[in-house]
Design a protein. Structure first.
Length: 194
């Protein structure tokens, strides 16, 4: 009897064995003050490893991008008390920035962070820190916290009166030269009891 050697037959139905794809870990660093928001809950559901710590700038860091999260009331308050401009200045320390993004809720914010995490990682400047104001900037910042006093009027008041104490002690008439009708309102705030 003759034996015929057969070549191995290619089975088109056999599964190809591919090495398992390397699953990249999704990581996010969140400022500990954000624990009250639900964003971290939705990020966990999306498979993120979360590290809470104190962030000097921003609320979330993902793939080297710093995110400042604001609710609508917080956004409005930040505009009124001029903190928004300072936060934008601080965020400018990082090369990689994104525009303002409106999200519907915490889950929507988590979705955005998830999409951002799929982008190529960017190098993060670890030397970023809170902006330190000069002495003049600090004085101007305090005066700008009064309602209706913007940077120009604050600067004029400081140039005229020299310091905050003299502005506080100034009469309504003296303040009127720069503040007009608002001088009365400012005097009322200065003199009102807590």
């Amino acid at each position: 009897m003759k034996t015929i050697e057969s070549k191995s037959i290619f089975n088109i139905f056999s599964k190809k064995h591919h090495p398992p794809k390397k699953i990249e870990k999704k990581e996010v660093t969140i400022d500990y003050r954000e624990k009250n928001s639900l964003v971290h809950v939705y990020l966990k559901k999306r498979g993120f490893e979360i590290e809470f710590k104190e962030l000097k700038i921003g609320d979330y860091i993902v793939k080297g991008t710093v995110i400042e999260r604001k609710t609508i009331p917080d956004f409005i308050n930040s505009m009124i008390n001029h903190h928004l401009l300072n936060q934008i200045e601080e965020l400018k320390q990082h090369k990689h920035q994104i525009p303002i993004i409106f999200s519907e809720n915490s889950e929507d914010t988590a979705k955005f962070i998830d999409i951002l995490s799929s982008k190529k990682e960017k190098e993060l400047n670890l030397n970023a820190k809170k902006r330190i104001f000069s002495g003049k900037e600090q004085l101007q910042f305090i005066i700008e916290s009064f309602p209706g006093i913007g940077p120009k009027k604050a600067k004029k008041l400081l140039e005229k009166f020299g310091n905050i104490q003299n502005i506080i002690l100034a009469s309504e008439e003296d303040l009127k030269e720069i503040l007009g009708k608002r001088a009365k309102e400012i005097r009322n705030i200065i003199e009102s009891k807590y």
